[in-house]
Design a protein around this ligand. Structure first.
Ligand code: NAD
Ligand code: ZN
Length: 375
């Protein structure tokens, strides 16, 4: 009897071991206006020696702007400006790593990413690839990274993606767009300075902000929902409603969206996104449509999946006078549609979260084509 009980307990334990992810969080975060000015003192104890530089990967919007002067470089540190015009690619990560390795004899003390989701993901991936062999495309997937990354710091300058808290770095590779999902991906330090958001253009503010709003809707209505995700998702959703539907001061709006992004990212950590993201990945893969706007283009037509969310989205869009581009899929061939549909339908976890384990009975290529055709 005793032994049976023990075996039973062991089996339950083993099942639990595989069922729940032991999730890393950002261990250090500084929040506040002007906190970017403290970056120098934050990095100082992490400098191994004067030959081991810090590499600053910075959105090229800031080239020649005030922020450039405030980057706390020392010794042989390197500032590399990078365009966020295109989302990060595995080849780009590999080229940056090769350059850093050839420029310096020592491994860097750390990597600092300054920018939106594009730069934040790029910096995470570079930090990982400095200590892991081969090409970054080998690590797209789940838990494929074996060595700890170099110390890495994220400084968001636009809010919404949640890339500052997530354990993934989304990259486009030669045959897929997929994140490097690993315990080593998450930032060691994040600097949240709402002053850095001041220059974001209105439309981009809306699109990236809506990424957060859509994360909340997809997480909160998903079948994977649990109390952990719900607690973060509800907070993020409330903050989004305040930011996009009320009349906050500019300062309040910046601060609240910054925290909404954080909570939205935490919410999907322990659940998943859904239909909008699955379909937006298809658009992005075929047409290079960027994440924020792609989600908006799709979400607009998802009333049957997310009726309340879509109604709120329309209200927000109207309040801020945002008009989405039209005719994106107007001239696509049958083959083009098939590519988008197959990319989208390959995201099993997203569909399962959105529609349940029997999702294949509820969605099919025809239905997706009908939605894509409206975009
Ligand atoms: P982005 O980084 O692509 O930047 C969008 C535009 O805003 C760019 O033109 C950029 O130069 C500009 N910009 C950024 N900060 C600015 C500022 N302060 N002032 C003026 N202009 C500024 O935008 P994003 O929406 O934050 O990121 C999209 C990327 O995030 C995609 O690559 C997507 O795959 C990724 N993403 C990652 C995660 C994750 O968990 N890792 C989650 C969602 C999205
Ligand atoms: Zn997203």
């Amino acid at each position: 009897m005793k032994i049976e009980k023990q075996i039973e307990r062991k089996e339950k334990g083993a099942a639990a071991e595989h069922k729940y992810k032991n999730f890393p969080m950002v261990p250090k975060v500084i929040f506040g206006r002007g906190s970017f000015m403290q970056l120098g003192e934050i990095l100082l104890p992490k400098r191994r020696n004067s030959d081991a530089p810090f590499i600053f990967l910075v959105d090229d919007f800031f080239h020649g702007k005030d922020l450039e002067q405030q980057i706390p470089w020392l010794f042989n540190d390197q500032i590399i400006f990078i365009s966020a015009e295109e989302e990060p690619k595995t080849a780009q990560v590999d080229a940056l790593v090769a350059k850093i390795k050839s420029d310096f004899d020592e491994l860097p003390s750390g990597v600092v990413g300054i920018g939106g989701g594009t730069l934040l993901d790029l910096a995470k991936a570079v930090a990982i690839m400095l200590t892991n062999k081969g090409s970054s495309e080998q690590y797209q997937g789940w838990d494929l990274v074996t060595n700890r990354a170099v110390y890495h710091v994220g400084v968001p300058t636009i809010s919404g993606t949640g890339a500052e808290v997530s354990r993934t770095a989304v990259l486009s590779g030669p045959d897929k767009k997929l994140g490097i999902n690993s315990d080593y991906t998450t930032y060691d330090q994040v600097v949240l300075d709402p002053n850095l958001l001041k220059t974001v253009p209105k439309e981009q503010w809306f699109y990236t902000g809506m990424d957060c709003f859509i994360h909340c809707i997809e997480s909160l209505t998903g079948t994977y929902l649990n109390a952990f995700s719900q607690s973060y998702g509800e907070k993020a959703l409330d903050l989004c409603k305040e930011v996009f539907l009320e009349n906050l001061s500019e300062e309040e709006s910046e601060e609240k969206l910054m925290m909404a992004s954080w909570h939205g990212g935490m919410s999907i950590a322990y659940s998943q996104v859904g239909v909008a993201h699955a379909m937006s990945y298809g658009l992005s893969y075929l047409l290079g449509v960027k994440h924020g706007i792609g989600n908006c283009l799709v979400f607009e037509h998802l009333g049957e999946f997310y009726p309340k969310g879509v109604a709120l989205f329309r209200k927000m869009k109207a309040k801020h006078g945002i008009t989405l581009p039209k005719g994106i899929c107007a001239n696509l061939s049958e083959e083009d549609f098939n590519i988008m549909i197959s990319v989208s339908l390959s995201m099993d976890a997203l569909w399962e979260n959105a529609l349940g384990t029997n999702w294949r009975e509820k969605i099919n290529a025809e239905k997706l084509k009908e939605i894509y055709s409206k975009i």
